[in-house]
Design a protein around this ligand. Structure first.
Ligand code: NAD
Length: 336
């Protein structure tokens, strides 16, 4: 996947996945424009790290995705766009749905319009979420040791495919799901070479994990700081996790193969083989930390038990194959 050096725009490029992607693209020789409002606490440190690591290849634009003029000016002279800027917390979307809508859906439309106005065929890779499939309550589960497993052997083997019906839950699910559909439609209606990556739980370095978003990092940070962890439900709920390095390779593969994958959506996760329950993650962190962690179940039901159990099934070209099998490594430091 060797590409000539290009100029690439990453919205949300100071965030967890964006910073890892920017670093990887800069290391591959590309010039990266990081467009980020730095609204997520802590991400300024990611930007400083990027600029220190690649002084000649990282340009920062500290601006909001809702600012259509600033965004349009940046889109004017780039060769590809990765759109990751978002309001990322379900909880925030429930307390501030208008902001969630304006950033996630309005911001995406600003970007799509800038690309449409510009004309030409500038590739776009969009960071969507497996939450577009809703709560998957109809998928029958049975407890098996420390985890729930799907009763249907096909679902157990392959997970949930992209042909699953869409079912947006929560304002975050609606705003991201709406953006996902707009991106696909701008590919269909206006020929923009755009691809959608519906991601499960991504984890790894540079993640500012909180209880609301980035739970693997949140668990790790809590354990390192000897703070208790709250687990909603009985902890057997399963999440499909993927290391950020594998997600980044899948993004690069999607860009490299854009002529083949434009107009399509892909589930991007570790696959059933890398699905873990919250209990299993806590046990693994206990092994890493060499001591037990105070992880207390709360009375809340395990409502989102299965939403992350997507597959990386019909994936873009070969690099993401590594993603399916490769989510074994754990970060030794959540911010390192
Ligand atoms: N991390 C995951 O497991 C996961 C799973 C599914 C989907 N996603 C999607 O991937 C993308 C990146 O997620 P992440 O985990 O890196 O989150 P993140 O919070 O670390 O990164 C998002 C970045 O967007 C920036 N941002 C927020 N609002 C902005 C605005 N109005 N204008 C400009 N920049 C703004 C933030 O400052 C932050 O740097 C998001 O679109 C998210 O919905 C992430």
């Amino acid at each position: 996947m060797v590409q000539a050096p290009r100029t690439v725009l990453i919205t949300g490029g100071a965030g967890f996945i964006g910073a890892n992607l920017a670093d990887r693209l800069a290391r591959a020789g590309h010039r990266v424009v990081v467009y980020d409002a730095l609204s997520r606490p802590g991400v300024a440190a990611n930007l400083a790290w990027l600029q220190a690591s690649h002084p000649d290849r990282i340009d920062a634009v500290v601006a909001d995705i809702r600012d259509a003029d600033r965004l349009g000016a940046c889109v004017a002279d780039v060769d590809a766009v990765f759109h990751l800027a978002a309001q990322v917390a379900v909880t925030t979307s429930l307390t501030a749905p208008l902001t969630d809508f304006a950033v996630n859906l309005g911001g995406t439309l600003n970007l799509l319009e800038a690309l449409r106005r510009r004309g030409g065929r500038v590739p776009l890779v969009f960071a969507s979420t497996n939450k577009v499939y809703g709560d998957l309550y109809d998928v029958d589960l049975a407890p098996s040791g420390d985890a729930y497993l799907p009763s249907d052997p096909d679902v157990r083997r392959w997970g949930i495919g992209e042909d699953r019906r869409l079912d947006f839950h929560t304002p975050y699910g609606c705003s991201k799901g709406g953006a996902d559909q707009y991106v696909l439609d701008y590919a269909r209606s206006f020929g923009i070479p755009a691809v959608v990556m519906r991601m499960s739980c991504i984890y790894g370095p540079r993640q500012m994990g909180t209880e609301d978003q980035g739970w693997v990092a949140h668990f790790l940070i809590s354990a390192l700081e000897q703070r208790p962890i709250s687990i909603y439900g009985d902890g057997r709920q399963v999440r499909d996790i993927l290391h950020v390095a594998d997600a980044v390779e899948a993004y690069r593969a999607a860009w490299a193969g854009i002529d083949r994958v434009a107009g399509r959506a892909f589930n991007l996760g570790g696959g059933p083989a890398n699905a873990v329950s919250l209990r299993q993650v806590v046990a693994h962190i206990e092994t890493l930390a060499g001591r037990s962690i105070c992880a207390s179940p709360t009375g809340a039901p395990a409502t989102s038990a299965t939403t992350s159990r997507t597959r990386a099934g019909s994936r873009p070209p070969s690099a993401s194959r590594r993603s399916v099998r490769g989510a074994r490594a754990w970060p030794t430091s959540p911010t390192g």
